[in-house]
Design a protein around this ligand. Sequence first.
Ligand code: HEC
Length: 120
Amino acid sequence: MKPMLVKRAAALGLKVGLKAGLAACLIGAVAAGGTAVAGDVEAGRTKAYTCLGCHGIPDYVNVYPTYHVPKIGGQHEEYLVAALKAYRDKTRSHGTMQANAGSLSDEDINDIAAYFASLK
Ligand code: HEC
């Protein structure tokens, strides 16, 4: 590539990058509008699908009668985030929940927590 072209390509890349960044900011601002919720409830609804087998919603029915599954719908978002990070980082012990939280990103955890916190 000639030096001129390299320069142009770099400028173009920067432009696209700035646009994407701006879009992300705007989306973030809209999502945060009016509520203290950091996560995306709708995204969390999808991501929480596998959780519902145990943390039964909406009736909080325990599908595993042999052991206690805590009710997490309607819990404080901050509490849910803290609990999920603790399982993921193995600072809170529970094999089942460590397995369930192990592959979650911070964003997943925020979204899932927002979803469960939105349930009343
Ligand atoms: C196989 C059943 C099962 C699945 C699937 C499951 N959980 Fe759990 N969950 C449990 C049990 C049992 C506990 C109680 C663990 C303990 O005593 O620490 C628990 C605890 C929790 C807690 C802590 C609640 C509290 O009161 O401290 C949170 C938060 C939670 N689960 C979220 C989730 C999320 C989010 C998912 C999906 C990514 C999920 N769970 C999937 C069984 C399950």
